[in-house]
Design a protein. Structure first.
Length: 409
């Protein structure tokens, strides 16, 4: 791709930021910085932008390299780095990367908004879980936003080079994130072909990165860490009663956070001491025995902790309005707060709710629970998904080793 002069590149970047809805205050900030970069380039008779030019500018104006070495970069310095990175990304991909998506509608073009709505209905008809549908739709909207930035105004115009160009914008993300994005794009492309919008099977031609679960060691809590976490919960107040029951459901029964949030009064069959619910991910109905400690924790919350609200959902927020947790709430804040109280390091591995599910599986494994039974309890459709937990049990790994003959000298 032929490079454009810096001034022309910045003019196109400005138009793209305006299209994306950046405020006038933000635009004034960027224009001020771009003017300084332009002046720096002109003094050195540089016509085109390069990564080295950006680094030289930052070092000249802000002594970035020295501060980075001394680990004294300020928030302002980090912002200056983002500006340089934005220019470089736009020059390479002709789009603005890694924007904050959470609290704004990504698509504004009526055509693509209609495509997105239709794609959601397509995913729902396929029988995907709500979490999967939301993921596919959100990732496809990012792809469509990229298409708009490339002046592609109709999905009929999508070709393989454009798809590959979008995939290149994912450089720097983890393998798992890239895999999830590509999986969503392939589903979107299959939808377009099913609607006869695409005449070519581009989904099968889109490369797939396999981030195998078996290559990752799950984050698991030690008994001492788990004891410290649970001891930090004040079970004398309503919120503590709720959090204690939630954490036990995760670390004893291995429930996914979405399933915990979706539990209703009707899921608990007290006379049979069973918990029966439909998993959000697999759509399978799971029946689990209710251990005594889990049962009493839930009863304690229901009798003495839960706000008096008319909702079938068991666990609700304890700040008015007392509503169920939102779909996007992964309850990480619950774990984080008690880790701080217990003086547990928050940066050690992953310490979200899902790590408690890993811990439940590992504890079952330690007690010689058969892998097939653990799969049933966790709601895995096959034991391959459960086998990842072997990695956290060295003794079990040793049992899996093959006897190999010694090599003679």
């Amino acid at each position: 791709m032929q490079k454009k002069p810096l001034k022309e590149l910045l003019q196109e970047l400005e138009r793209e930021l305006l299209r994306l809805g950046y405020t006038e205050g933000s635009m004034r900030f960027y224009r001020n910085r771009w003017k300084k970069i332009n002046q720096f380039a002109e003094e050195r008779e540089e016509i085109f932008y390069s990564e080295q030019l950006g680094i030289n500018y930052l070092e000249h104006s802000h002594q970035i390299l020295e501060k980075d070495f001394d680990k004294t970069l300020s928030q302002k310095d980090t912002q200056e780095l983002r500006i340089i990175r934005m220019i470089g990304d736009f020059q390479l991909h002709h789009t603005v990367l890694r924007r904050y998506y959470k609290h704004r509608e990504l698509l504004t073009d009526s055509y693509y908004m209609g495509i997105s709505t239709s794609f959601r209905k397509y995913c729902e008809r396929k029988g995907h879980s709500k979490v999967t549908v939301d993921h596919y739709v959100n990732q496809s909207e990012r792809f469509m936003d990229y298409l708009v930035s490339q002046r592609i105004n109709d999905c009929h115009e999508i070709e393989l080079p454009m798809i590959n160009g979008y995939i290149r914008t994912l450089a720097g993300y983890t393998y798992k994130t890239v895999e999830q994005n590509i999986c969503s794009i392939r589903s979107f492309l299959r939808y377009l072909q099913a609607q006869d919008i695409l005449k070519t099977d581009l989904a099968s031609k889109t490369p797939m990165i396999q981030a195998r679960k078996q290559t990752r060691i799950p984050s698991v809590w030690t008994k001492e860490e788990l004891d410290a976490l649970i001891s930090a919960i004040d079970r004398g107040n309503p919120k503590g009663k709720r959090d204690y029951a939630i954490i036990l459901l995760a670390c004893v029964l291995g429930l996914r956070v979405t399933d915990i949030k979706n539990l209703t009064f009707g899921c608990f069959h007290w006379e049979m001491k069973n918990l029966i619910f439909t998993q959000s991910k697999t759509r399978e109905t799971v029946t689990l025995p209710i251990p005594s400690e889990v049962g009493w924790a839930v009863i304690d919350y229901l009798k003495y902790g839960r706000p008096k609200v008319n909702s079938p959902i068991l666990f609700v927020r304890h700040v008015a309005p007392f509503l169920p947790f939102s779909e996007g709430d992964h309850l990480y804040q619950i774990i984080r707060d008690y880790m701080r109280i217990a003086h547990l390091p928050t940066l050690k591995k992953h310490r979200g709710m899902h790590s408690l599910r890993h811990t439940a599986a590992s504890r079952m494994l330690e007690h010689d629970t058969p892998l097939a039974v653990i799969s049933d309890i966790l709601g895995h459709t096959d034991t391959d998904s459960t086998a990842v937990y072997l990695k956290v049990d060295i003794n079990k790994l040793k049992e899996c080793c093959l006897d190999t003959p010694e090599v003679g000298s």
